[in-house]
Design a protein around this ligand. Structure first.
Ligand code: UD1
Length: 422
């Protein structure tokens, strides 16, 4: 109770409070995850935070994603420790999910009383956890802060706006994020430009990525498809945003555009459960099969990374794929009118083609003819973002010890060997 009364939302007050805590007491950090892209982001962060003694770190899973292919396989491949607590909220509308996460998380945070709650990304679990922490007066760190599509029809945009407003530490992946947060009136002292933890995971996993040929054979692609894909190249496709897949008419026109594209280049299309359900309802899965597009269940991280690395191009509406293809130097066509990750367009290999199916074919033909857009890797996408985050978390929580010094040493050495920048 004493402690609760002492914690206030102003960062200076929080730091004062922590400064008065003896150094021997470990600071407690609760990391919250819920959905597939969260797992890719949390893996390097958990590693970096747990590598030292001054922090006690718990992992709390909301259960937003629960299928083995969307969840367990990522924990295994990315070596994420088992969650300490799983709220098992499951599926529902955004509001239902948010409400269930809030109800489940409140008693957990009330009992555990962490010194910091760390949330990643922009999914419903991110915002719900930030709301609960804020209501309990627990400081919040948000990893991937400041990204804005300026499109409030996207559920993620609402999640980003709310989470950033409530966060005490805002970890930014690209410079635009800093500008957005400052324009929104957030205090510059709270904003930390650390780079991109998605790219930390790319760097950590490239050596283990599954070769495309092996994946294609595992998913049952026939020999002709595999030979053609290996010889003339293939496109890697993902679509799952409600705005692209929920309306059957829109989805049909996009799938028909993919069928056209597949006449020029082999396509591999892992289906998100949402997309699969909508395609099955509309009979579009059969259309894909007949046209030679290879559809697969959701792929593991190492399988997806291997396909992306070898692809001639990607067609996607995913935020993560836009970033990963920029890091890998693979041309990416984003089937959206906007992106909250403008560095991937300005500096990287990403091109926004919009959601009109007619725009897809000319963009694909251009890549086939010219090799597509080349780019450079944005600043601090160097495989060390999680180390910077751990350093800032330690500073915020006043954890000054050998580890903080060892992190500094690692930051001062060159890029990691497997970094796309190396
Ligand atoms: C969520 C995120 C999105 C992220 C995506 C990655 C929000 C608002 N959206 O969208 O930003 O890019 O995750 O996948 O949080 N389902 C399963 N098994 C699962 C999980 C979901 O079958 O393990 C099905 C359910 O039918 C569910 C649907 O997929 O209704 C959508 O899942 P949901 O968690 O609501 O959002 P995503 O579309 O996955």
């Amino acid at each position: 109770m004493m402690r609760e009364a002492k914690l206030r939302t102003s960062p200076a007050a929080v730091v004062d409070n922590l400064n008065s805590t003896p150094d021997t007491v470990p600071r407690h950090v609760d990391c919250i995850v819920g959905a597939r892209p969260n797992f890719v982001k949390i893996a390097p962060i958990i590693r970096a935070l747990r590598e030292q003694n001054g922090l006690a770190v718990r992992l709390i899973h909301t259960g937003q994603h629960y299928d083995v292919t969307m969840n367990a396989v990522f924990f295994e491949e990315l070596d994420i420790p088992c969650a300490d607590i799983n709220l098992e909220v499951g599926s529902g509308t955004g509001t239902e999910q948010t409400a269930r996460i809030m109800l489940g998380l409140e008693p957990v945070l009330r009992a555990g009383r962490p010194d910091l709650v760390l949330v990643v990304g922009d999914v419903n679990s991110t915002m719900a956890a930030a709301l609960v922490a804020a209501k309990l007066n627990i400081p919040i760190a948000h990893v991937e802060a400041g990204l804005r599509s300026f499109d409030r029809a996207m559920p993620e945009e609402i999640n980003r706006l709310v989470t950033d407003r409530l966060a005490d530490l805002l970890f930014v992946t690209e410079r635009h994020g800093i500008d957005n947060l400052i324009k929104e009136g957030l205090h510059p002292e709270r904003v930390k430009f650390v780079g991109n933890v998605m790219i930390d995971t790319v760097c950590a996993c490239l050596d283990r990525a599954v070769p495309a040929r092996k994946t294609l054979s595992e998913v049952g692609a026939n020999a002709d498809f595999i030979n053609a894909a290996m010889k003339t190249g293939f496109g890697f496709v993902t679509l799952h945003r409600p705005s692209n897949v929920d309306d059957p008419v829109k989805l049909k026109s996009l799938v028909e555009a993919l069928v056209d594209v597949a006449r020029k280049i082999c396509l591999v299309f892992p289906l998100h459960p949402r997309t699969r359900a909508k395609m099955v309802n509309a009979g579009l899965d059969r259309l894909c099969g007949e046209s030679g597009i290879v559809t697969t269940p959701p792929l593991s991280y190492l399988h997806a990374l291997g396909l992306m690395r070898e692809a001639k191009l990607a067609i996607t509406d995913s935020g993560g794929v836009q970033e990963e293809t920029t890091a890998l130097g693979v041309p990416c066509l984003t089937v959206r009118d906007n992106t909250e990750r403008p560095s991937t367009v300005e500096e990287g290999t990403n091109l926004l083609v919009g959601t009109s199916p007619a725009a897809l074919m000319p963009a694909v033909e251009d890549i086939i003819a010219t090799g597509g857009k080349t780019g450079r890797i944005p600043a601090l996408w160097d495989g060390k973002a999680a180390i910077r985050i751990a350093q800032d978390v330690c500073a915020f929580l006043n954890v000054e010890h050998a580890y903080a010094r060892s992190i500094r040493h690692r930051l001062e050495t060159g890029p990691l060997e497997s970094s796309p920048c190396a």
